[in-house]
Design a protein around this ligand. Structure first.
Ligand SMILES: Cc1cc2nc3c(=O)[nH]c(=O)nc-3n(C[C@H](O)[C@H](O)[C@H](O)COP(=O)(O)OP(=O)(O)OC[C@H]3O[C@@H](n4cnc5c(N)ncnc54)[C@H](O)[C@@H]3O)c2cc1C
Length: 556
């Protein structure tokens, strides 16, 4: 860290991103069982130290040295390779092997903990990792999600054959995953998928077609959507296939990476275009259920995107807070200036909302995967809610936090430009904002998710010891947000989808924050919950000064 007392330009590099995050520690004590928290403490500390130091340096290097595509070896053999910078490979080793971020949910022992880790631990590790490196989190999440989908829908034979490589922590033999779904004419509209699947004389499936966006294109396995010959048009004709990069005899499978995309963000990680030329693939699950099965993979990855957005915002806010406390102007610290305090407060609210929603969604996932049928409709709506709103908020928070660093914030030597570039992708891939907001409404109509959402957050509210007037305001707001979502779910209600999704997200996150604040004795967290309701939900008079309504701060 720079000697800020002697130097006027503050630099937070070298700080431990876990031990300096007291709010995270408070929340972990609330959400994790004490024995697991005690076990994980040194691992969180280690990753926090790396994310604030070495990982951040590696991420900067990998961002400035994007991967390239080599079509041939130097001896002229046609062998495609994505040439990755050593800094990226070092990050892969840390993420996939040392911390086991992709395998953690599928192994009986990771990081010395006997038994399965709850999803929350994976997401807290991801939350810390992504504060340094966003690009690699895509292959990590793809590998985790592909493994989950394979286990859920693949035949026992397929699972037995490929699972060991997807779950090992041995860096030299572990396999990575990807998802090749999008085509030129089929992005949001997956029903328009044109890639064809045919069976050869030996009964082996072969895929032919063009996939337009393929992140981690040299992955060992990819889940691919294709239309078997003779299948009906539309969604019902689409099936799911597992595509290996290498065939059993060690030769390359029959597909080519045509070129890599020149991207605004995630520059450390390759995204390419792929032409399938009779590629060998294995049918996963039932024919014609491709989209439904792929939706499980997409949802897992959407949740990861929400976690990543929360991490990006935390990094941006923590940088801004550090600068404000260290940088001086007009003879004062920036943090002592009222307008700066207001600016920081506006950054903190969405970042803390996302953090609360990560914890709540991770718990719902654990309950749902644990067989609690009532948790599924809750998880089904929380996932698109966090993907939609947190990813949108991350665009604004990272941009506004950049301004707190002044001119340096615009300079590529600092993390701010990378955060801004990366944050913009969250709202595009894995479903654009419109598509994901419509998915919130689909959860309302198809999974009847609203009663589960209202019951869960209503129960948190009943448990939270907060001022009755504030609790009543939160209850009323949640009721109105739910009514708006019901209206959006009616015929022709599409236009309300984004408004309803935002309203539900704000109300649920405010309730979760109030509950957390009351349970951990954090008056600050309760005040943030009030801020969310006042500034992001309730109507405001732009011509009057903000004030917390009378009665919101009296507990009885
Ligand atoms: C860097 C990067 C990496 C990617 N990696 C992968 C990958 O690994 N695998 C993969 O399969 N895909 C990947 N994608 C593709 C990504 O998921 C799609 O680009 C995205 O889903 C949008 O599809 P599209 O590009 O065809 O846009 P379109 O579907 O054409 O959408 C264009 C616009 O229309 C809007 N729109 C569409 N339908 C509706 C509607 N019903 N109502 C209102 N608005 C609507 C959208 O919101 C969007 O704003 C990646 C994309 C990027 C940028």
């Amino acid at each position: 860290m720079a000697d800020t007392a002697a130097h006027p330009v503050p630099d937070r590099h070298g700080q431990n991103l876990f031990s300096t995050d007291t709010e995270l520690q408070r929340l972990l004590a609330l959400y994790l069982p004490p024995d697991l928290l005690a076990h994980m403490q040194p691992h969180f500390e280690r990753l926090g130290g790396l994310a604030g130091g070495l990982l951040d340096e590696l991420a900067g290097t990998a961002d400035r040295n994007p991967p390239t595509l080599a079509h041939r070896t130097r001896t002229g053999l046609d062998r495609q390779e994505i040439v990755k910078h050593p800094a990226y490979v070092q990050m892969e080793r840390l993420a996939l092997s040392e911390f086991g971020l992709a395998a953690i949910s599928h192994r009986d022992e990771t990081l010395g903990w006997k038994g399965k880790m709850p999803p929350l631990v994976k997401y807290v590790l991801t939350f810390l990792f992504v504060q340094a490196e966003f690009g690699l989190c895509c292959p990590v999440s793809m590998t985790d999600s592909l493994t989950r989908t394979l286990k859920k829908f693949g035949s026992p034979e397929l699972v037995a054959r490929f699972l060991p490589r997807l779950t090992t922590l041995d860096f030299d033999t572990l396999a990575q995953g990807a998802m090749f779904m999008t085509e030129q004419a089929a992005g949001s509209d997956i029903a328009a998928t044109q890639t064809r699947a045919t069976q050869d004389a030996a009964g082996q499936w072969r895929l032919t077609g063009d996939k337009w966006f393929c992140s981690n294109p040299d992955a060992d396995f990819a889940m691919v959507l294709a239309r078997p010959e003779g299948a009906p048009a539309g969604m019902k004709g689409v099936s799911l296939f597992l595509l290996p990069r290498t065939l059993e005899d060690g030769s390359a499978n029959h597909y080519r990476i045509i070129r890599l995309k020149d991207k605004l963000g995630t520059r450390s990680m390759a995204s390419g275009e792929i032409r399938l030329e009779g590629a060998v693939a294995y049918l996963v699950g039932e024919p014609g259920r491709g989209f439904v099965q792929m939706a499980d993979m997409v949802n897992n990855s959407r949740l990861s995107n929400g976690v990543r957005a929360a991490g990006l915002m935390r990094r941006a806010v923590a940088e801004a807070e550090f600068i404000a406390s260290e940088r001086r102007a007009f003879g004062k610290r920036l943090a002592d200036m009222p307008l700066m305090q207001r600016q920081l407060q506006k950054l903190r609210l969405p970042a803390e909302q996302a953090r609360s929603m990560v914890f709540q969604t991770a718990l719902a996932l654990a309950r749902s995967d644990g067989g609690d049928a009532a948790a599924y409709p809750l998880l089904r709506i929380l996932t698109p809610l966090i993907k939609f709103r947190a990813c949108r908020d991350a665009r604004k928070v990272t941009g506004d936090a950049m301004e707190v660093r002044g001119g340096c914030g615009y300079i590529e030597e600092w993390a701010d430009p990378r955060l801004v570039r990366d944050a913009h992708l969250g709202s595009i891939w894995e479903g654009t904002s419109n598509i994901v907001a419509l998915d919130v409404i689909r959860a309302v109509t198809r999974e009847n998710s609203l009663p589960a959402l209202e019951a869960h957050f209503g129960a948190l509210l009943a448990e939270a010891e907060i001022a009755p007037a504030f609790a009543a305001a939160l209850r009323d707001a949640l009721g109105r947000a739910s009514a708006l979502a019901r209206q959006a779910a009616q015929e022709g209600g599409d236009l309300l989808a984004r408004q309803a999704a935002s309203a539900l997200y704000h109300c649920c996150s405010a309730i979760a924050m109030a509950w957390e604040g009351a349970r951990t004795g954090s008056a600050q967290r309760v005040q943030w919950a009030q801020g969310v309701l006042l500034h992001r939900v309730l109507p405001r008079d732009p011509l009057s000064a903000d004030a917390v309504p009378a009665g919101w701060n009296t507990a009885s």
